[in-house]
Ligand binder design. Structure first.
Ligand SMILES: Cc1cc2nc3c(=O)[nH]c(=O)nc-3n(C[C@H](O)[C@H](O)[C@H](O)COP(=O)(O)O)c2cc1C
Length: 208
């Protein structure tokens, strides 16, 4: 085994190593509003769920390479609201383009040809093309570190889920075989979740 010490590597190489070790990662495609009502949309693969009572999610917006706060973080800090959209394989290209650094005030929705539709409980819009959308309110922001690529964990509560009918199994569950999920790995790698790449493994003692 070769051993790596992050402080020897520096932030850039550590980021590359970390993201190639912790993979695949789900992607939160996060829409937010700035206080002047401009819509923002960007992907974040430092993303997961943490509990279900209430439904709790977390994603991390790291500082930019020059140590600045990204728009998504600033918007959530000032409005306390966001929507997590899921991008299946068919939306991968558009999702990727929403990570481009457009000038402040430019809406990624317009730039990449996506349709913002009103949410029910929060001001940020949903991505109409996305088949899974979660309206969220901020619980807490926890910053870990300072400077370039330091983490800012945005912890939120899901207020409501919107799921495309054709993905539903027994009316209340998403059939993961139908979504065509994608996941983020290291470098520029992604994976695609197809029925052939899945396997079924019940937890011990929990039946079939
Ligand atoms: C698939 C993918 C995953 C990403 N994951 C993250 C992430 O977890 N955290 C982060 O800070 N940036 C991540 N980025 C980069 C941001 O999307 C990018 O910095 C974006 O411009 C931020 O937008 P904003 O300034 O409008 O918030 C990711 C980019 C892509 C394409």
């Amino acid at each position: 085994m070769k051993t790596f010490i992050p402080t020897d590597l520096g932030p850039r190489a550590t980021y590359a190593l970390l993201t190639s070790c912790i993979a695949p990662r789900p992607i939160a495609w996060v829409s937010t509003c700035s206080p002047d009502e401009c819509f923002n949309l960007a992907p974040f693969s430092f993303f997961n769920a943490g509990g279900a009572n209430p439904p709790s999610v977390v994603f991390s917006v790291s500082n930019t390479r020059d140590g600045r706060a990204k728009d998504t973080l600033r918007n959530v800090q000032s409005t306390g609201e966001f929507v997590i959209n899921i991008a299946p394989y068919a939306l991968a290209e558009q999702m990727n383009w929403t990570s481009y650094e457009y000038e402040h005030g430019v809406s990624e929705f317009e730039k990449v040809g996506l349709t913002p539709i009103p949410s029910q409980f929060v001001r940020p819009p949903r991505v109409a093309e996305s088949p899974i959308q979660m309206e969220c309110k901020l619980f807490q922001i926890v910053s870990h570190g300072t400077g370039p690529v330091a983490a800012n964990y945005i912890i939120g509560e899901v207020l409501c889920f919107h799921i495309a009918e054709h993905l539903l199994k027994d009316g209340a569950l998403v059939d993961d075989r139908l979504v065509d999920f994608i996941g983020r790995l290291g470098e520029s790698w992604y994976c695609r979740v197809t029925p052939e790449s899945m396997f079924w493994l019940p937890r011990p003692g929990q039946g079939a």
